[in-house]
Design a protein around this ligand. Structure first.
Ligand SMILES: Cc1ncc(COP(=O)(O)O)c(C=O)c1O
Length: 427
């Protein structure tokens, strides 16, 4: 890719070439490659993009495998039966990681956690409609203040009220009491997050489930829990074995995670698993017989490359449990070290200290301005987002650093030095 990065920046299409929308004539493949690479030059180097949770580097062997299967359509099950078996094997493996019964879990590969969340939401909605036999008309979904936008999308597009718990100072997470207080007969489910996009912290899933058990016993309101483990789903099983957040909790009916985050697959893969067939609304299945087989599909989207699923399987066999543990333990340890170093400047408060997701979330002590700091870091090649928290806390600005497998001890030094350089100029 280095050769491509040096390619000359040339205008690909001038307006005279665009009479028919695309250039009238093509060019050599080499010339096209260089021209496109030239257009894409600049911006942050992916491993210095500390804003993203997504995978930014993979091994050369994984790249070869990815290229080899890029043109395979995941939905062509009849044509690529081995691919379909690989996907099912991934579901069984993930089911076991999440402490389910791997013979009973069912699941779907999706384009990411957002599609998985939409699908999980539809399953909760249809199951609630079936339970209440259509007698209730105002469904709601309960979640914490730090819930990802995909849950708001689900609520808006499927006509479900988003019941969002208020954030408290220093804590965005939903807790058991707040969750149970918000539930009523119209509640289709409670979303627990492992962990939050905004501060990297886990919500107490076992406590939430226990409060919902109490609600069921006392008022007969039986609410299922879905765990949005977009990032934590491939971290907690390796680093937090004693934490009960998964299918060990009977009330947890389904879990999603992003293969393309801590599953270490390039962009384009999420997973949604239900504890068993009975928890996946049959309404989700669409029968398709025009591809050669006669099969039921449980996804919202359709055609897409099989390569991310191939890479997920590759990662499981390549790294094994010990390898995933080692990679994520290293990221967590680097995140912890970074948090301690930044706290040591005396100019920040920690909202997330890297001990759950390997994420450092900081608020600044006055007069430090995080947006200025972000600009200073950008000049040194680091991309870090600054944002405000949900409405109740929207006066709090936060800077977030996501530590991934390609972060290094040198990066901790380099990043901390850049931050120290900035804070030393602010009195
Ligand atoms: C908690 C949580 N849920 C859902 C998502 C959406 O995931 P994806 O980007 O895989 O669609 C994210 C993304 O960061 C997330 O952090």
């Amino acid at each position: 890719m280095a050769a491509l990065a040096n390619a000359a920046e040339e205008p690909l299409c001038s307006s005279t070439h665009l009479r028919r929308g695309i250039p009238d004539f093509g060019m050599d493949a080499d010339a096209a490659l260089n021209a496109v690479a030239g257009r894409l030059r600049g911006g942050c180097r992916p491993e210095r993009n500390l804003a993203t949770f997504l995978t930014t580097s993979i091994e050369p062997e994984a790249q070869r495998l990815y290229r080899a299967y890029l043109n395979y359509n995941l939905v062509d099950r009849e044509q690529y039966p081995a691919m379909d078996e690989l996907l099912r094997e991934c579901v069984r493996m993930i089911g076991a990681l999440w402490q389910g019964d791997s013979r009973r879990v069912v699941g779907s590969a999706t384009t990411g956690s957002s599609e998985a969340a939409l699908l999980a939401g539809v399953s909760l909605l249809r199951s609630w409609q079936e339970r209440t036999r259509g007698e209730l008309s105002r469904p709601n979904l309960v979640m914490g203040a730090g819930a990802h936008a995909c849950w708001k999308k689900f609520c808006r597009h499927w006509g479900v009220e988003a019941r969002i718990a208020s954030a408290r100072a220093g804590r965005l997470a939903l807790d058991g009491t707040a969750a149970a207080d918000l539930c009523d007969e119209g509640t289709i489910g409670v979303i627990g997050i492992l962990g939050s996009t905004l501060d990297g912290r886990y919500e107490p899933i076992a406590e939430i489930a226990a409060e919902l058990d109490r609600l069921d016993q006392q008022r007969g309101i039986d609410v299922p829990v879905h765990v949005d483990a977009a990032s934590g789903g491939f971290i907690a099983p390796f680093l937090d074995a004693d934490l009960r957040w998964d299918f060990r909790i009977p009330r947890v009916v389904s879990i999603n995670a992003s293969g393309h985050k801590s599953g270490m697959v390039p962009p384009g893969l999420g997973w949604l698993l239900w504890r068993d067939r009975g928890r996946r609304s049959p309404e989700l299945g669409i029968r398709i017989n025009y591809l050669g087989g006669d099969d039921t599909h449980y996804e919202l989207s359709f055609s897409r490359s099989a390569a991310p699923v191939v890479l997920q399987y590759y990662n499981f066999v390549r790294f094994g449990f010990a390898g995933f543990h080692a990679v994520h333990a290293r990221s967590r340890s680097l995140a912890r070290e970074l948090a301690v170093r930044l706290l040591g400047t005396g100019r920040f408060r920690l909202l997330g200290d890297g001990s759950e997701l390997p994420v450092v979330a900081l608020a600044a002590e006055p007069p430090i301005k995080l947006r200025r700091l972000a600009m200073h870091l950008a000049d040194r090649g680091w991309a870090v987002p600054v944002y405000t928290l949900p409405p109740e806390l929207d006066d709090v600005e936060v800077m977030r650093v996501v530590v991934r497998s390609d972060f290094t001890p040198e990066a901790v030094e380099d990043f901390t030095a850049a931050v120290e350089e900035f804070v030393s100029t602010v009195n």
